[in-house]
Design a protein around this ligand. Structure first.
Ligand SMILES: [Zn+2]
Ligand SMILES: [Zn+2]
Ligand SMILES: [Zn+2]
Length: 311
């Protein structure tokens, strides 16, 4: 410990995070810097944990680790993926799945600021940041404060928490404001932009988020990107969670919990009881509507019906 160089990663990290939160509240500031600083700040905090484990671990290539480079700062430090992997495998840190997801969201949004024209509102940022910190704060407490990498009364850390409380209150107030409209909606979907459950979904061209206060462009793609975890399902050996729609045949049909299904393209929203799978020979158990008044009978998809008729 005594021979360890103080890289100031904790203070710099907290400073970046604080700057990020301050930026959101100043309407004349470019919000992209808020994302960039937030990401940088969190990366620095995570790197500090790795650094405490062993200093060579913050080099992307451990074989290039060198005390002089460390001092000068002239080296390639761990990228996000390696950082997370080393924290898991070497430091034995058990990340909450939700925290990893929110950090992934942040990384993606941050990367977008480099390549695309950036359009995000302070509303949306506050909502996402509140969610992210719901998972990040307990992490910082258990992995950094309890082990004295950060003092509990660290000034910047205290100020960060004050900002978050303010944002939290703001988000709750906004949710309360739109609650009357939300209550009128029959089927509500979560919004891939603000992450609140406030979307009135009609079909792929008409998805209005009451929290964001507007229609969400490319809702279908964004929804799948954010909420449909096809990778996990496939790697678990299961089927992807997206099925072919019995109405429009697009592969955008999914169960959104309970026995409610919805198609993110055409907006069809049957319940489980109205559906069954085709037992025919030409498809892979395609989901079809049950035939009316025939609860125990079989229903075939168009492809299989066509096959029978022409066989
Ligand atoms: Zn929204
Ligand atoms: Zn459909
Ligand atoms: Zn079939």
């Amino acid at each position: 410990m005594s021979d360890r160089i103080n890289l100031n990663m904790v203070e710099n990290g907290l400073d970046f995070i604080l700057k990020s939160l301050q930026t959101i509240d100043k309407s004349d500031e470019d919000l992209k810097y808020s994302l960039i600083n937030l990401h940088a700040g969190i990366q620095l905090l995570l790197k500090e944990i790795l650094y405490q484990e062993h200093w060579v671990l913050i080099f992307q290539k451990i074989e290039n680790a060198d005390n002089e480079k460390l001092l000068s700062g002239d080296f390639l430090s761990v990228n996000h993926d390696t950082l997370i992997k080393r924290l898991q495998n070497i430091s034995g840190i058990n990340f909450d799945e939700n925290l990893l997801k929110k950090m992934d969201w942040l990384r993606k949004e941050r990367n977008k600021t480099e390549h695309y024209q950036f359009v995000v509102t302070a509303n949306v940022l506050k909502s996402n940041i509140v969610k992210l910190f719901t998972y990040l704060l307990p992490f910082i407490k258990s992995e950094m404060i309890d082990v004295n990498y950060i003092e509990a009364d660290n000034e910047r850390f205290v100020e960060i928490q004050e900002y978050l409380n303010e944002f939290d209150e703001y988000v709750r107030e906004r949710l309360e404001m739109v609650q009357v409209d939300i209550n009128k909606i029959e089927l509500i979907l979560p919004c891939p932009v603000c992450i609140q459950k406030t979307v009135e979904f009609i079909d792929e061209f008409d998805a209005f988020c009451h929290f964001c206060g507007g229609n969400i462009d490319n809702f279908r793609e964004k929804y799948i990107d954010n909420f449909v975890d096809s990778y996990t399902h496939v790697s678990d050996g299961g089927e992807g969670p997206l099925y072919e729609c019995p109405d429009c045949d697009m592969e955008t049909f999914l169960c959104i919990g309970g026995n409610q299904y919805i198609c993110l393209s055409c907006g069809a929203r049957p319940i489980q009881d109205e559906l069954t799978t085709c037992p025919g020979p030409r498809c892979n158990e395609k989901i079809v509507y049950r035939r009316y008044g025939d609860k125990d009978g079989v229903s075939f998809c168009d492809t299989c019906m066509d096959y029978f008729e022409h066989a």
